[in-house]
Design a protein around this ligand. Structure first.
Ligand SMILES: *[C@@H]1O[C@H](CO)[C@@H](O)[C@H](O)[C@H]1NC(C)=O
Ligand SMILES: *[C@@H]1O[C@H](CO)[C@@H](O)[C@H](O)[C@H]1NC(C)=O
Ligand SMILES: *[C@@H]1O[C@H](CO)[C@@H](O)[C@H](O)[C@H]1NC(C)=O
Ligand SMILES: *[C@@H]1O[C@H](CO)[C@@H](O)[C@H](O)[C@H]1NC(C)=O
Ligand SMILES: *[C@@H]1O[C@H](CO)[C@@H](O)[C@H](O)[C@H]1NC(C)=O
Ligand SMILES: *[C@@H]1O[C@H](CO)[C@@H](O)[C@H](O)[C@H]1NC(C)=O
Length: 304
């Protein structure tokens, strides 16, 4: 009983002492102090990672869920219907509201505008901050997977990018090979027509090169990334040991891409069992693959 009373007395006593650091934090937070706010805090503390968000539109919130894990590449499947670009895995999944503009372009405009406030501190700023507050020069890669006919879809995609283009938010290469880095790198895949992308000058829309058949056509001003189907190109299930042929394949394709300054991505990697998925991811990272293609972003983020 005595011990209990002493305990209570010391507890009451401590609450009247000088506030501790946790009290100070709580007080500033509950007062919504201006000392705790800054303009570019939208992605505060998020560290970008070389992860590609496969089927990004399946997530709770397209684009934003991926960014919240620091994912630096997202994929949008676009369908051209009645001159509008809709987002979804198949026609049956489309809705009038879910468009390329509403799910990707407008959110990106507003995030990047927010990361680039005009204030008395920024009159001399020439570079444009990207989406990641912790790494403002890290671009976001937007992979546009054209599901409908390439030559007819391409002009609509290029037009849809105009809000980003006119703000200077798109990485652009001139025909003389000079490239200007900007917050967003847009790359066409799926039905994207190679000839249509090659014809762009200046070019702010790039081409996802074929990783297993790269040749001198492809360079960094055309293809910042090259991809291939892992199942076909490598095939190791992630169970047991990888064999020499499979390991040599990874090294060859990664090496081919790197010799052209192009980044390598393998898609269609095993998703299950988890241990096999992680073995494959780790083997790819260890052998120089640049982008981890992931459905489970939370799990992929733990690989770095
Ligand atoms: C905190 O203050 C800012 C700026 O005045 C205001 O926009 C915001 O709504 C406030 N947040 C809360 C939770 O009161
Ligand atoms: C496309 O336009 C036609 C003619 O206006 C209309 O009947 C049809 O429902 C539209 N389709 C979609 C998917 O909006
Ligand atoms: C911007 O540049 C001018 C001219 O060099 C300089 O006087 C000024 O202090 C700079 N402003 C800031 C916020 O750095
Ligand atoms: C390349 O072209 C751009 C745009 O015309 C020009 O600004 C730049 O100076 C040129 N660079 C070289 C190395 O010629
Ligand atoms: C390189 O590959 C592309 C696409 O696969 C093909 O169109 C082109 O003809 C090839 N170029 C050479 C020089 O082999
Ligand atoms: C590796 O495994 C693949 C697929 O089972 C097989 O085709 C290939 O011959 C194997 N290579 C070696 C060196 O065992």
């Amino acid at each position: 009983m005595l011990a209990f009373l002493i305990l209570v007395a010391s507890w009451i006593g401590s609450s009247s002492q000088t506030p501790g650091i946790m009290d100070e934090i709580a007080m500033l937070e509950s007062a919504n102090s201006s000392l705790l706010r800054y303009p570019t805090a939208f992605t505060q503390n998020i560290v970008p990672k070389q992860i590609h968000s496969h089927n990004d539109y399946w997530r709770d919130v397209p684009l934003l869920t991926a960014l919240s894990f620091g994912v630096a590449s997202v994929e949008a499947d676009v369908w051209l219907v009645n001159e509008t670009l809709y987002i979804g895995h198949e026609m049956a999944a489309l809705t009038p509201d879910r468009t390329f503009d509403s799910l990707y372009i407008q959110p990106l405009v507003s995030i990047i505008d927010g990361q680039n406030p005009k204030s008395q501190f920024t009159p001399n700023q020439t570079s444009i901050n990207g989406v990641f507050d912790t790494a403002s020069s890290t671009p976001l890669q937007l992979l546009v997977d054209m599901k409908t006919d390439g030559p007819s879809t391409l002009p609509f995609v290029l037009y849809a990018l105009q809000p980003l283009r006119e703000r200077g938010y798109l990485t652009t290469c001139e025909s003389n090979g000079t490239c200007t880095q900007a917050p967003v790198v847009v790359v066409g895949t799926g039905n994207t027509p190679l000839a249509g992308v090659q014809a762009l000058s200046p070019r702010d829309f790039f081409f996802d090169a074929p990783l297993t058949t790269l040749n001198s056509t492809f360079d960094i001003t055309l293809s910042p990334i090259a991809s291939t189907d892992y199942e076909v190109a490598v095939g190791w299930s992630g169970i047991g040991s990888i064999n020499d042929t499979q390991l040599a394949a990874i090294k060859k394709f990664v090496g081919d891409a790197h010799s052209l300054n192009i980044r390598a991505r393998f898609w269609d990697t095993p998703g299950w069992p988890i241990s096999a998925r992680n073995n494959v991811w780790k083997t790819l990272i260890d052998n120089g693959a640049d982008w981890l293609n992931a459905d489970d972003l939370e799990a992929a983020a733990t690989m770095f």
